[in-house]
Design a protein around this ligand. Structure first.
Ligand code: FE2
Length: 186
């Protein structure tokens, strides 16, 4: 089976999700994943597709997040590798089925929560994401009261797993958001 496409990811998510903020989150994570794929010289559209679809079972099963991905994707154009790539982002949080071992899995783990901080910060800047600097983003990251729900320890452990510098991952998020701002800020 061919790999999951971004178009298919959008169709599938729309079947299982209604809340607008979840679509925004899907676009944020997708954008960051695309920029990280470029950094690793990997398949950008595929990473964007996995990023877009990563919370496919969240609205229906918030308490059992990632434990229902396989059933929701069983009849879709998604294979076991796609499912593993999605499920791995909940490792150590709410589903220990797949440990993140590959770049795409580690990247998703790292940016899931980090994009929440980037998005919240962009909303309070008059320029939005335009011209955002890593240095100021880092200040928001260090301020635990800002976007308090975004788990800093998870982000740090994800970035560590990925073997990149936090600055580089933050820059990727900013770059991805900038490229996809028409989707993120609708
Ligand atoms: Fe997420």
């Amino acid at each position: 089976m061919s790999k999951l496409t971004l178009e298919a990811a959008k169709e599938i998510l729309a079947k299982h999700t209604t809340e607008e903020h979840l679509f925004t989150h899907a676009n944020c994570v997708s954008a960051a994943m695309g920029a990280l794929a470029v950094k690793f010289g990997e398949d950008k559209e595929y990473w964007e597709a996995i990023g877009y679809l990563h919370d496919v079972d969240y609205e229906k099963f918030p308490e059992e997040h990632c434990q229902h991905v396989r059933e929701l994707l069983a009849d879709e154009a998604a294979d076991t590798e796609d499912m593993d790539n999605i499920i791995a982002h909940a490792y150590g949080v709410c589903c220990d089925e797949v440990e993140p071992t590959t770049n795409i899995q580690k990247a998703l783990f790292a940016v899931d929560e980090l994009t929440g901080i980037v998005h919240a910060y962009s909303l309070m800047r008059p320029e939005g994401i335009d011209g955002m600097e890593v240095k100021s983003l880092k200040k928001k990251f260090k301020d635990k009261r800002f976007a308090a729900k975004c788990n800093r320890e998870l982000i740090k452990s994800g970035v560590e797993k990925l073997g990149l510098d936090m600055n580089d991952v933050m820059q990727c998020c900013i770059d991805g958001f900038t490229e996809h701002k028409a989707d993120i800020y609708k």
